[in-house]
Ligand binder design. Structure first.
Ligand code: ACO
Length: 435
């Protein structure tokens, strides 16, 4: 049960000569918030905070991150430990259930995932009606939204059926993602197999061919597990907040997740992993002059930004970027890719930017997307599928937040306010009298 821990301290706010005492909420890791829930009722004022830079929208037990120190924990476990020791399915279980699975828990969860891995034949036909060049993220969000028409179960308390709903989504999204890729190639669909692990199954559905059977490579499976784990949750980012906001209207899980997929698509959010590779390719084809791009990024009159750099929350380093950079060297080594020019440019860019005053002053460091695209590329995942891969990883996090929101005793429909700065009341003019 989610409980706010109220401190004995109070914040003092003086407005129009009157002093108000506002409660202070303290998290388990010591972070503090001023509780303004009664502010408007008591004072007539609201707070304004574009981009929600200082706004806590909820209390949560799922993920802790400290942007100043570069710490990221899921359910209390350090991301490094999880990435080094777990499979993605174990981490998904952890996020959904709050504790790491025993072997028996994991076996049962895997059985459930297998049992939901196929999609309804009518849904398979949907793929035929998207234009051939449709972006895979649009296909994914449309297909996930349509799951609510095939599984309209939304009991009075959907939490009673949450294990089935979660497993269904996590399993089917993998199948939908692989099918959308196969359809874009005009290649025959490859069905999921019960004898493969989650990641091996996905890779097989993507790359198996009737004329050239796919051989599952343990290094590739391990790399994919790691990437999905690192993307599995990141507390109240844009897409997760979208899932919570849409879900706060008591919309079903599938529709809420579909909204989150659309939010993730943006180039300032999950779409950045694809944009990074496009940027690195551009630098490469234009003669590897990466310093020119650093100058462009620093130029206030140039809209160009060094994609894969900067983060709203991390102001010392993104712990996921460090793990991914190491994994990048390991995976490329294991796959025998000794000199990837894009990896070389990425490392040069990073080295130059980390010594440059512009980036230092603004706390701009490589984020999770800076190196992930290089690994996906090495694994054979096409560029237009990178953000879909992010969605596959983020799914357990979104579901956990949606579930937590449903059970939150402080739940309210999300409805921010605004300060109106438009015209004051105007006299109405009939259409023929307007100039
Ligand atoms: N390249 C160059 N300058 C940058 C960059 C960048 N990548 N990122 C931020 N800056 C500069 C801004 O121009 C601004 O400079 P100013 O103070 O002189 O005006 C300053 O740094 C602060 O930037 P904001 O945009 O205010 O920072 P914000 O927290 O709002 O944005 C964001 C964070 C969106 C991630 C931003 O850093 C960015 O656009 N990065 C590139 C896109 C990217 O990699 N997105 C993926 C993020 S990770 C994820 O979503 C999974």
């Amino acid at each position: 049960m989610l409980m706010d821990c109220i401190s004995n301290e109070k914040a003092e706010l003086t407005l129009d000569g009157k002093t108000y005492l506002l409660p202070i909420v303290v998290g388990t890791m010591g972070e503090k918030a001023i509780d303004i829930r009664s502010l408007r009722a008591e004072t007539g004022y609201i707070t304004i905070d574009s981009g929600y830079m200082n706004t806590g929208s909820c209390s949560s037990q799922i993920t802790f991150l400290d942007g100043e120190k570069g710490i990221l924990n899921y359910r209390g476990y350090a991301i490094d430990d999880l990435a080094d020791n777990c499979s993605f399915v174990e981490v998904a279980y952890l996020l959904l259930h709050g504790s790491l699975p025993t072997r028996e828990d994991l076996r049962k969860f895997s059985v459930l995932l297998n049992c939901y891995s196929l999609i309804h034949e009518d849904m398979v036909h949907f793929f035929d009606h998207f234009p051939p060049n449709a972006a895979p993220m649009t296909i994914l969000s449309s297909m996930v939204n349509s799951l609510s028409t095939f599984y309209p179960e939304m009991n009075e308390n959907p939490l009673e059926d949450i294990d089935n709903m979660s497993a269904r989504l996590i399993s089917k999204v993998r199948t939908i993602a692989a099918f959308s890729y196969r359809k874009s190639l005009g290649a025959p669909l490859v069905m999921p197999r019960h004898d493969y692990s989650y990641c091996a199954n996905f890779l097989n559905m993507m790359f198996d061919s009737p004329v050239n059977p796919y051989v599952v490579d343990d290094d590739v499976v391990a790399a994919l597990n790691k990437l999905l784990i690192l993307h599995a949750d990141h507390e109240q980012n844009c897409s997760t907040s979208t899932v919570r906001l849409v879900g706060s209207a008591r919309v079903n899980l599938y529709a809420s997740i579909s909204a989150g997929i659309n939010a993730l698509w943006g180039p300032l959010h999950g779409g950045a992993n694809q944009a990074v590779i496009e940027m690195l390719e551009k630098i490469h084809t234009s003669g590897d002059d990466f310093k020119k791009y650093i100058d462009k990024a620093k130029d206030r009159n140039d809209p160009f930004r060094l994609v894969g750099f900067g983060h709203r929350v991390y102001k010392s380093h993104d712990p996921r970027a460090r793990i991914i950079k190491e994994a990048c060297d390991q995976v490329l080594g294991a796959l025998g890719i000794s000199n990837d020019p894009l990896l070389a440019i990425a490392k040069e860019l990073e080295a130059v930017a980390l010594k440059d005053e512009y980036f230092i002053e603004r706390n701009l460091y490589p984020n999770v997307d800076f190196y992930s695209g290089i690994i996906y590329r090495a694994l054979g995942i096409p560029q237009n599928m990178f953000t879909v891969m992010f969605a596959l990883g983020r799914l357990p996090g979104w579901i956990s937040h949606w579930t937590e929101m449903w059970g939150d005793p402080n739940w309210r429909i999300g409805r921010p306010r605004q300060i109106y700065v438009g015209p004051k009341s105007r006299e109405f003019v009939k259409i023929d009298d307007r100039k």
